[in-house]
Design a protein around this ligand. Structure first.
Ligand SMILES: Cc1ncc(COP(=O)(O)O)c(C=O)c1O
Length: 370
């Protein structure tokens, strides 16, 4: 039988996620599996919750990792907070805002979208005007839109949403662990993320946090949460309180990995982690500029961890990605939707965001582009 592991080398992951995984996380993943109700495991769960609160910037009691990828985090927020007929406003400027609107619509919410050109940020004045059409039960936005490399003004939008009484829901799948996320300061009520980007843990878990106001809405529901697996009223009986009871078998080793990943960030310190991302981004933009390549997004709205680079007219974008992967063992991402074929997406997420990695990519790009 062929050994399919044999040809797998350690590719430098510079796409939109997953990112490179540090050795400490791989070691944690390989630790002996123990029972999901073992007191040693419960202690680890509590520590994960505390570390997550630190990176998320919250004091919310209901803060935990959902078993599933970032999309499971998105579903968790909507499925627990939306009741049929609720008016939901989604701010859309890329793939993941579009997905949020789809998820809310499937729950029979009355979904309203406010659209912005892909590659540009959400405009606060337009949100202010739109909120006058309310009241909305939920207003949702993506912090770091991975499909375009745009950072949305989530703090400013939060200030507008808070006085309306709507719950404010923010996607931080790409931003968490790579740039400041301040859930409480943003007046954010529901937030989700994923492990495979700036947290530098393999894909498989989705940190989620609910404010007391979101928990109130969850408790006051007139209908059952329509998804058993993601029902936080049930999951919290395993993740919180004195006596823990079985809901589903937690992915033990993935949680070891997340614990190790959060410890790495804690030891390095958030400020220095953010600085490392910013510096890698600046180095990348300068290096690409020397190769004559331009960025899609205006400087003020650029994300450090997801860089959308315009493909020159005379260059075959897919051929460049193929050569980078096959000849240099470097993965970068393609554009999505209307940006397919027009941009490359270069990720500098978590453990990947290092000067030596950027230098290696620039040298490889130079050789591939001739
Ligand atoms: C901003 C954003 N939201 C949600 C998701 C969905 O996460 P996953 O692919 O882990 O399900 C992604 C994935 O790239 C993302 O970038």
């Amino acid at each position: 039988m062929a050994d399919l592991f044999k040809p797998i080398t350690e590719t430098m992951l510079m796409g939109p996620g997953p990112s490179c995984v540090p050795a400490a996380v791989y070691e944690a993943l390989a630790r002996p599996t123990i029972g999901h109700l073992d007191p040693r495991f419960i202690a680890l769960m509590d520590e994960i919750k505390a570390l997550l609160r630190g990176v998320i910037g919250t004091r919310n009691d209901l803060t935990l990792p959902i078993s599933g990828t970032g999309s499971a985090g998105m579903e968790t927020c909507f499925v627990n907070l939306v009741e049929p007929g609720d008016r939901v406003l989604v701010l859309v400027n890329g793939v993941f805002g579009t997905r949020m609107a789809d998820v809310a619509g499937r729950l029979r919410a009355e979904v309203d979208t406010l659209e912005f050109e892909w590659g540009t940020p959400v405009r606060v004045d337009a949100v202010r005007e739109k909120l006058a059409d309310g009241p909305y039960a939920i207003v949702a936005v993506v912090h770091a839109e991975t499909s375009t490399g745009v950072c949305n003004p989530v703090a400013e939008v939060g200030q507008l949403v808070a006085p309306t009484g709507a719950l404010y829901l923010v996607d931080t799948v790409t931003s968490l662990g790579g740039m400041p996320v301040a859930m409480d300061a943003w007046s954010c009520d529901a937030l989700y993320s994923g492990t495979q980007k700036c947290l530098s843990c393999p894909p498989g878990l989705a940190p989620v946090s609910f404010s007391p106001k979101a928990v109130e809405k969850l408790k006051a529901r007139g209908t059952k949460v329509p998804n058993w697996y993601l029902d936080l009223t049930l999951i919290t009986s395993y993740w919180g309180g004195e006596k823990r009871s079985y809901h589903h078998t937690a992915p033990i080793n993935m949680l070891y990995g997340l614990y190790a990943a959060l410890q790495c960030i804690d030891r390095e310190g958030l400020e220095s982690v953010f600085r490392r991302h910013r510096e890698a981004h600046e180095q990348l933009v300068a290096g690409l500029g020397q190769l004559g390549l331009e960025m899609l997004v205006e400087p003020a709205a650029r994300l450090p961890m997801l860089n959308a680079v315009c493909v020159p007219d005379d260059v075959d974008e897919a051929a460049v990605r193929k050569s980078l992967l096959e000849e240099h063992d470097i993965e970068i991402g393609a554009g999505l939707g209307p940006l397919a074929g027009k941009i490359w997406r270069i990720g500098l997420m978590g453990h990947t965001a290092r000067a030596e990695n950027v230098a290696r990519l620039i040298a490889a790009m130079k050789s591939v582009l001739g």
